[in-house]
Structure formats: C-alpha cells, structure tokens
Ligand binder design. Structure first.
Ligand SMILES: *Cc1c(COP(=O)(O)O)cnc(C)c1O
Length: 427
C-alpha cells in the first residue's frame, strides 16, 4: 500500500512481526553470529544476505535509513555519522583525484570548507558558482572532467532557495548528476527527486532529529541517473571493482549501483557509520517530523513578519516573505512552507548585534539550528570566523547576518524575548 508522508514518518522502515517490539529495537552489537563457517563464507561470497559487521550494515541503522529513503522516494539510503560525512561520501563516491565538480556557493560553511579546502588536498577540484548567474555563465564552469553539481534546497545560513529543476537540467546537459542537500527543507516540505535531482543528502542532526540529541547524516539515491549512458565519466560504477569481487556496480545492482558502491566501498574503507543508539534517537525525531516542521514554519513566518516591520532591523531574509528575492522560487518548490531559519541584520555595528544576542533570555546562542529550542548565531563571529569579509560575502553571508532558528515555543514568547533584547541593546 502506498503511504503518505505522515504515515511513513511513523511506520516507515520498521514493521514488527509477531511478538516483536513495537518501538524500533537498538541492536547495539558490532557483530552477528552464524552457526557454521560455511554460512559465514556464503555471506562473503555474496551468495547469501545477512548482517555480519555493523560498519557495513546494522538492523537499527538500516530501518532508519529505509524510513528516510521512503520519505525522499529513493531506491536506497545510507546513514552516516554526520552531515559532513554525507556530503563527502556523496561526492567522493563518483569523484577521484584529477576530477572536478561544480557547486553552488550558497552552501553551509562546513561544506564550503570541505569542498574548497579538504577535497582539494585529495586532488578533487571544485568551482563555486553563484546560482543567480545565467545559464551560459553556469555552463562555462563545467569541464570535461566535471562529475557532479551540488546545491542546497534552502541555503544555510543565507536562506536562498535553489532552483532545483533548472540545475538538474544544466547538470544533465553536461552528463552529470545533481546532488541536493535537503537538510533545511526536509522531505516534508520538498522532495528534490520530484524536480529532477539525482542524489539527496541530509544532516539529520537538524530537523530530522529536531531535539539536538544526535549528530548524523544520510545519502539517498533516486536511482534515476543513467551512469551507463556516461560510462566513461564514471569508471568507478561502470567498470569492475577489483576490491569487491570484480563486480561492476551498474551491471550487478542496476538502479542501486551508486548506493551499493557507497556502502560496499566507502563505508567499508572509511567507516563513518552512526551508532545504532543515535539512529534510534534520530528515529524518535522522525516520528514527529511531519508535525514539527509545519509549526517551525508557522512560527518563523510570524517572527519574520514581525522583524520586517521592526525599526531596529536593517534587513530580513526569509523566503516566506513576499518581499523576498526567493519568494517565487519558494512558492514553486516549498508551497507548504520553507523552514524555521531566518537570516536578518540589525541596524548599528557588529557590537550591537553581539549585545542583542547577549541580552536574550531563553533564546540561546548555540552552534546549531533546526531544533525545538529557538537559537541564534552570528556566523561572522562564530561558525565562519575563519573567513574574511569578502569570503563571507562569496559564501552568501553578510558580515552583519544573524541566523535565527525559530523553535517550537509559543511564538508570542519568542517575539517578546527578541523585542526585549533589541530594546535593551539599542544604542
Ligand atoms: C549542519 C549542516 C551540515 C553538516 O552536518 P553535520 O551533521 O553538522 O555534520 C550540512 N549541510 C547543512 C545544510 C547543514 O545545515
């Protein structure tokens, strides 16, 4: 039976059989026992399926991955130990030294460093493009060795909306897949595969968990990209893997080639798996995702409208405001709401912004977003402090930008806290 998102949030991935626990069990075991050497050998020969070591597969992790896969509408999903690991694996699964990829410059600061600094050290080059450039300028960034395009549905922290359909077209014209980080929108508000994206990544640390309880990530494969049609570009998928029985992923696994390679090669060798305990916590969050996300959006909409008409506020960036540059794109891709994260700037100096944050009561200064608790961060003095003002602007972050992640408290209380802190700090 085809189920709707709300039902998948509750029932996806785990269906207890007779006498089994109603709640997803935490299988906190590194390994799994077999009765004969022959049984174990058959697993390694790929003649039988079964669990043997949690780095490769674990029943708790797999159940939660299956739920996220169902929510996004993919053919397979792998959980990772963090969103950073998910972004790295998603690209590294199809890029090796000497390759290149193109990425939106409106992305999370951690991803910006991963792509622009650390992956360059591995010999994987990337070009940052501004998604507002016209098609020809974007096309000019593609090279013969380009292997994918990367963007965020709603950028963290700028709140820009990514034109998924357009970038899917540009990526496919160049014969490469589009990878979309769907962390902020969540599958409740947007399912990028429906707009042509090929791979989706998540930091499950954010709304999917929603309670600041665990750090995790996910990579989901739509199964739609035709690797064989561009076989020369993707030898890792279309030629035999000598480290894995000489199998060719596209031939042996068809639509699941990409996700199977990610587990059997990258997880095997790099091992960024989540603890089953963390996957259990993530699953508790997912059970209410469909209730929490709309409330985050409603609260954020009210707060954004209040900020916009507030005399202390210089500017507000929230794609749910009709005045916003990305309003039309948000109406197209996020008709039910975008997310709870607002970017805004206060009038006055950097110090005024810092005083405002210090005067807040329950709204907390934390390096986190997308949590039940409302929180703020000033990227220029916190997460992005290693970037110069020019680099900040290049990453779509204004030096005076305050990132406000609107939580699930009473919205009048949230506004009252912001108001008293602004009034106290106004010079
Ligand atoms: C937080 C975040 C990440 C990184 O995820 P971690 O779980 O912190 O490693 C990646 N992308 C986006 C959009 C994020 O907000």
């Amino acid at each position: 039976m085809k189920k709707n998102l709300e039902t998948l949030c509750i029932h996806g991935g785990w269906r207890p059989k007779k006498g089994e626990p109603q709640q997803l069990p935490i299988i906190q075991s590194t390994t799994f026992r077999y009765e004969t050497s022959e049984q174990m050998a058959r697993l390694f020969d790929l003649e039988d399926e079964g669990y043997f070591y949690t780095r490769l597969q674990n029943p708790t992790n797999d159940a939660v991955a299956a739920k996220i896969n169902a929510l996004e509408g993919g053919v397979g999903c792998v959980l990772t130990s963090s969103g950073q690991a998910a972004s790295f694996y998603a690209v590294f699964n199809i890029c090796q030294a000497g390759d290149h990829f193109v990425t939106s410059n409106n992305i999370y600061g951690g991803t910006f460093n991963l792509f622009g600094v650390t992956m360059k050290k591995l010999g994987i080059d990337c070009s940052f493009v501004d998604p507002d450039w016209d098609d020809d300028r974007i096309r000019a960034a593609f090279r013969p060795n380009t292997k994918c395009f990367f963007g965020e549905t709603i950028s963290n922290p700028g709140g820009n909306v990514f034109d998924i359909e357009r970038f899917a077209r540009l990526a496919h014209e160049a014969g490469v897949p589009l990878i979309v980080d769907n962390t902020f929108a969540t599958p409740i508000n947007c399912r990028p595969f429906e707009w042509g994206a090929d791979i989706v990544t998540h930091s499950t640390t954010k709304y999917m968990d929603g309670h600041a309880a665990q750090v995790g990530g996910a990579v989901v494969d739509s199964g739609n990209f035709d690797w064989e049609a561009h076989a020369g570009k993707f030898p890792g998928l279309t030629t035999p893997d000598e480290s894995y029985h000489g199998l060719t992923y596209t031939k042996a696994f068809g639509k699941k080639a990409y996700v199977t390679k990610l587990v059997s090669q990258l997880m095997r060798d790099l091992g960024s798996i989540p603890a089953p305990q963390n996957s259990f916590l993530l699953n508790l969050g997912l059970e209410t995702l469909h209730l929490r996300v709309p409330r985050h959006c409603q609260n954020a909409q009210r707060v954004a409208e209040w900020l916009e008409q507030n005399p202390h506020v210089a500017w507000v960036n929230y794609c749910g405001l009709p005045s916003n540059k990305y309003y039309a794109l948000a109406q197209k891709y996020l008709p039910d709401g975008s997310c709870g994260v607002i970017a805004f700037g206060l009038k006055g100096s950097r110090e005024d912004a810092i005083r405002f944050m210090d005067n807040l009561d329950f709204v907390s200064i934390v390096t986190h977003v997308a949590d039940a608790r409302t929180c703020v961060l000033h990227p220029a003095s916190h997460t992005h402090r290693q970037l110069s003002d020019d680099q900040l602007r290049e990453a779509g972050v204004a030096p005076d930008l305050i990132r406000l992640s609107v939580g699930l408290e009473n919205v009048d209380d949230i506004i009252a806290d912001l108001r008293q802190a602004m009034e106290k700090s106004a010079t």
